[in-house]
Design a protein. Sequence first.
Length: 233
Amino acid sequence: DTKALISGDVNKILFHSSFLPFSPELRKMPGEKEFMPSQDLLTQLPQLKRIPICEEPTSSIRDEDDQAEVEVSINDGTLVPRRELSPNKTYLTINIDRIGLKCPEDYIDPVTTVSVKDRQGADLERPQDTPVAKQREVSYVVFGVPVEVQTPVEDMPKGAAIFFEFKHFKPKKKTKSTKCFSFLEMDEIKEGKVFLELYKKPTDYHRKKLSLFSVKPLYLHLTLSLHSLHLKQ
C-alpha cells in the first residue's frame, strides 16, 4: 500500500529530525542504514506540524499564566467595597494603619487577613485580605488601607469579634504563614484611633488561651469610622 509506505517513511523522518543536529551518525539507530527521504516525501513535510525542541508544551505555558494571575490576585488583596447603606444600620470601616514588629524588613509580602467571627469562631462574612504592604518604617510594617466590614454593627451577635491575622510569605515552604494576630471586640468599636495588642499564633478565635506576641510596646494601629443612614421622620 503506497499510502502506508509513505506514512511509515514520514514517521522515520520525524523520528530522525527530533534529535539535536550533531553528526549524521548520531541520527541513526544501531544497525540501521542511513535513511535518505525521496523528494516526493519531502514535499509533504510542510503539511506536518512539529513543536520545536526549545518550546514548552502549551499546557505548561498556560499553567504559568494561571499561576501569575493567582499571584497578582493575592498581591492585590481581596478587599470588597463598602455596602450600600441600609436605613438605621451602622457600618464599620477599619483603616489598617500599621503594625508594630521587631524586624519589619524581615517579612516578605506581608498581608493582613480580616475576618468577623461569632463567639464560636464561625465566619459571619467572607474574610478579606489586604494588598501586600510595601512600606516599612522603624519597627513598623505600614499598610494604610481601609477594610469595609460587610456586616452591620447591629447584626453582630453578642460575643462576636473582628480578627486581624498578620501573614507573610515563607520561601522555603512556598506558603503564607501567620506570624501573629489581634482582635477587636464589640465594646471597642468607636470612632477614632485604636491600638490593639498582638498575640502569638496559632490564631485563637475563641480567645481562651492568649499569649502576648512581644513584651515590647508594639501594637496593631487602626482607625475606625462608622457610617449610617438615618431616615427623616
